[in-house]
Design a protein. Structure first.
Lengths: 509, 417
């Protein structure tokens, strides 16, 4: 792409941690003005490699060349001085300060040496945001703007510090599909202005959409660097996982039976006192997967909370296999047969410091055989854990490992195991594969289809259209708290996406 | 905030065989600390606190080693390291049998006092720890301890017709229940309207103090009946006193209260680790959201955790009254700090039963060893020595907050690069 060779080159980078080879002689180069994706499962070594580039780790072997010159990076400060900027998955912003203050932090324009020059700060932020098409309001407070805007602030912060090379670590993980599209626009604009970008992801479609070249890591080794133009999702998945992966879910047609879960004219008021679910009615039948598609924040979370007994509806009813459970507690809803895979496994699905045994017993601990007369039966709990860990192929932990020590995919398997083991009539799966890599997604999907085939009613709520389309037997679309449309699984992403943003088919046609 | 940090740190922590990050290193250290009750950190913390208090001693112009030696001799812990050929009387008989420790030495007398002080410290430490396991910071141990002692005085000075055994049991139960109800107020406020337990328990501490001032002050309902000018309660009935099993009956010998405190430690361990209630309390303490999602009533756990915590502190107050104080004076009430020493012991002991025992013994020994009665004025001024305990206690709380193991690991990394 550029005549003078790559702007950045990593040669033979090796990094060892006690007992593990995190990076094994990795060669990686970045052309000026390209987007180079770094693909790999969790724990493949992407983060280690990028932390080396950002000066957080020193490599055991290998060298880093910037514009052909060998450089030493001992600290993040050195990396920033060399024009390397990083946008972390978890933003490093100060919530109570303004956009401009956050951006200029640590190198503020000043009056008389000590006072912050707000005018100059805002001016520079405006100048940068115009040049790269990153619209932000410099005087807005960080905790009052959306996640997508916060991400722009992070990017602006890196640019303000003079970044020529930008590392974006799983940037779309926290974004809605719309925000992700806006981010891609920004990346293209940065690219056209000569910035070079390393895009870390495990989402195959995104990588194909945005990157010029793709490098795949597996278990610390570079598998290959290929041009995105010639690659397919299947070929990338194979490189990533090391075997053929089923991206499309393999399932028989459904044989739906009686409705197990009915929601009738449900109205829900949220914590702020706003009506977020308006008159929603739906039915999930035994042996089918009902998908609920929608942009985040359109009432899905509140709807699930009501079904699971965590929140009470203003009006309307929830009926589980003929019984009205609208006014039951969470405990009773669980006992009556609601299984729930919560959307945020760290906050809601698991008690991270608890052992796997304890996490797997979170529902069952209360009754025999896991407890008797208020005393825990540790041996029974352990037996359950051993059985489930084996059955659900949870790796990287024994029954006494804290859940926090597991990878995301294995954590989700623990949640799945617990919910399925409770033998629910209805299984609610909220964003069941968020943040998981391809192998784990395949596992979760297969299990959900198994549950359907076992005659349970599966209610899938997801922001990922691909997931909705490949799993669901019927699809409902929720927009601003209303079910706006129903689709068969043969619908296209475009049709769903249109409905998700409030458009109706009849009007569009 | 702490929860978020934890989540982020664990975000990418990979499974075995995959590369560890610094986060995973932290995770494994943390797992280790969780498993073994974190023996290393508290020991480093204690050593550091003693070193720095030693500096304070040196600044005054005294020899810290001599001072610590004198304090140690005053604690009575040297009792255990002097072996010989002695005899003890078997309980409930007149038989004497051979024993390897001298149970009537001066060291033995010192040890009795140390263990007397350790008893309520254990109880007040449990009051912090039990609530802490539910994610609540119970600063109200002091108030709950006081309320427990008030009720023990009331029951002990009334109901004199009860049989001795029933009377003392009634005293202890009344003290424990009073502590439970008193802490339960903070629990209910937390569970229903979300009032922060730190604020409410601090306020309840003051209410306990001022109610006590009134109860035991002149013309107060619990003031003694014979000397109207002295703001002290009546002595409790003989039947309401705990049996003394070691040392002089009339000069503050050691009562069986220490065994009741040890029993409370076992009960604490049992509830936390072996019951469904403890399981719920721990789940709520680590992650109230996940607990709620699993059908656990967070509000109920908050209330029960506070009430049980208050029960321990109230029991501590009752043990002091029935074990050696036998009466309560108006002036004792604002001067008492046992609840806060228990707080330090719980923090140092990392809320584990065995850790609380060790830390309570440490603080009990320190208080006794630095008391004016024990310390030779030529080595260190006894009126200053008590402050040394406060300094060490303060430093412990400071260092526990810092987490010494991580601090040292960080320093080592810095030195290497």
């Amino acid at each position: 792409m550029s005549a003078q060779g790559p702007i950045l080159e990593l040669r033979g980078i090796t990094k060892r941690f006690p007992g593990v080879l995190a990076n094994d002689a990795i060669d990686f180069d970045l052309e000026a003005g390209e987007v180079h994706a770094l693909l790999g499962e969790n724990g493949a070594g992407k983060s280690t490699l990028m932390n080396i580039l950002y000066g957080l780790y020193t490599p055991d072997e290998g060298e880093i060349l910037l514009r052909g010159q060998r450089i030493e990076l001992g600290s993040t400060k050195a990396a920033i001085e060399h024009g390397i900027g990083m946008v972390h998955q978890h933003f490093m912003l100060i919530p109570v300060m303004t956009v401009a203050e956050n951006i200029v932090l640590a190198s503020e324009p000043r009056h008389a040496g000590v006072l912050l020059d707000y005018g100059a700060a805002a001016g520079r932020v405006n100048e940068l945001s115009e040049r790269y098409g990153l619209a932000v309001d410099p005087s807005a407070r960080i905790d009052r703007i959306t996640v997508g805007q916060q991400q722009r602030v992070e990017i602006l912060k890196a640019l303000y510090r003079g970044a020529e090379i930008l590392v974006l670590d799983e940037p779309t993980a926290v974004l809605t599909p719309q925000e992700a599209q806006e981010l891609f626009e920004i990346i293209r604009s940065l690219e056209s202005q000569g910035k070079s970008i390393i895009f870390i992801s495990h989402k195959l479609n995104e990588v194909l959409e945005i990157a010029n070249r793709v490098s795949t890591l597996r278990r610390g080794k570079l598998v290959d660097t290929v041009s995105a133009a010639g690659a397919t999702e299947e070929s990338l998945a194979r490189m990533m996982v090391g075997r053929e992966v089923l991206l499309r879910v393999d399932k028989e047609p459904s044989h739906p039976g009686e409705p197990l879960l009915s929601v009738e004219n449900l109205v829900v008021i949220d914590d702020r006192g706003l009506e977020v679910v308006h008159d929603v009615s739906l039915e999930v039948r035994a042996g089918e997967i009902l998908g609920l598609a929608g942009v985040d924040g359109n009432g899905q979370s509140e709807l699930i909370d009501v079904i699971a007994g965590l929140r009470h509806a203003e009006s309307g009813r929830v009926i589980l296999d003929g019984e009205d459970i609208s006014h039951e507690t969470a405990r009773n809803a669980l006992d009556r047969g609601i299984g729930h895979i919560p959307e945020d496994r760290h906050r809601r699905g698991l008690v991270l410091p608890f052992t796997l045994t304890e996490n797997l017993a979170l529902h069952a601990y209360r009754s025999a055989p896991d407890s008797r007369r208020g005393f825990l039966q540790l041996r029974r709990m352990l037996e359950r854990a051993r059985r489930l860990l084996k059955e659900f192929d949870v790796r990287g932990g024994t029954p006494s490992t804290p859940a926090a020590a597991l990878s995301g995919g294995n954590q989700q398997k623990v949640v799945l195991a617990r919910e399925i083991d409770a033998d629910p009539k209805v299984l609610i799966a909220a964003q069941p594969t968020r943040g998981l890599d391809v192998g784990a997604i395949e596992f979760v999907h297969r299990r959900l289809v198994e549950q359907r085939d076992a005659g349970r009613a599966v209610f899938l709520v997801s922001l990922e259209l691909e997931e909705i389309l490949s799993l669901s037997d019927r699809i409902l679309v929720i927009y601003e708290g209303r079910i706006v449309d129903e689709f068969p699984p043969t619908a296209t992403e475009e049709e769903l996406g249109f409905a998700m943003t409030g458009g109706r088919r009849d009007r569009a046609a | 905030m702490a929860d978020e940090l934890l989540e982020e740190e664990f975000e990418e922590a990979p499974a075995g065989g995959e590369p560890p990050s610094p986060q995973q290193h932290f995770a494994s250290t943390w797992g280790f600390l969780g498993k073994f009750g974190g023996v290393v950190g508290p020991i480093i913390t204690t050593v550091f606190a003693f070193l720095m208090a030693g500096v304070a001693v040196a600044v005054i112009g005294k020899n810290p080693i001599k001072v610590y030696r004198a304090i140690y001799d005053g604690t009575g812990l040297n009792f255990f390291f002097h072996f010989g050929s002695y005899s003890i009387r078997l309980p409930f008989s007149t038989e004497h049998v051979w024993f390897w420790w001298d149970t009537s030495s001066p060291a033995a007398a010192n040890l009795q006092q140390t263990l007397l002080i350790t008893t309520p410290i254990i109880c007040c430490a449990l009051a912090l720890s039990f609530a802490f396991r539910c994610g609540l910071f119970n600063i109200g141990g002091q108030g709950q301890y006081l309320v427990g002692s008030y009720f023990a005085v009331w029951v002990g000075t009334s109901f004199v017709h009860l049989s001795p055994f029933m009377h003392v049991v009634f005293c202890l139960v009344a003290g424990a229940l009073a502590g439970a109800l008193y802490a339960g107020i903070a629990g209910i406020l937390k569970a229903t309207v979300g009032a922060h337990e730190v604020i409410t328990t601090i306020m309840l501490n003051w209410i306990a103090i001022w109610v006590g001032e009134w109860l035991f002050g002149q013309q107060g309902p619990l003031q003694n009946t014979s000397q109207p000018s002295i703001p002290i309660s009546n002595d409790i009935a003989t039947g309401a006193k705990l049996p003394i099993f070691w040392g002089p009956k009339l000069l503050q010998g050691l009562s069986i209260g220490i065994f009741i405190a040890l029993g409370a430690l076992v009960v604490y361990w049992l509830i936390i680790n072996r019951t469904t209630l403890g399981f719920e309390v721990r789940a709520v303490g680590f992650n109230p959201d996940a607990a709620r999602y699993s059908g656990i009533s967070v509000a109920r756990s908050y209330f029960l955790a506070m009430a049980i915590a208050g029960m321990f502190a109230g029991l501590g107050g009752a043990l002091d009254i029935t074990g050696w104080e036998y009466r309560l004076g108006q002036l004792d009430i604002p001067a008492s700090t046992i609840g806060f020493i228990g707080l330090a012991a719980a923090l140092l002991g990392r809320n584990t039963a065995i850790g609380i025992l060790a830390a309570s013994l440490l603080f009990g020994a320190l208080i006794n060893g630095t008391s004016g009665r024990q310390l030779d004025p030529t080595v260190f001024r006894p009126d200053l020595a008590g402050n040394l305990t406060i300094i060490i206690q303060g430093l412990v709380i400071l260092f526990v907050g810092l987490d010494m193991t991580r601090l040292l690991a960080g320093a080592r990394r810095k030195l290497r690069t």
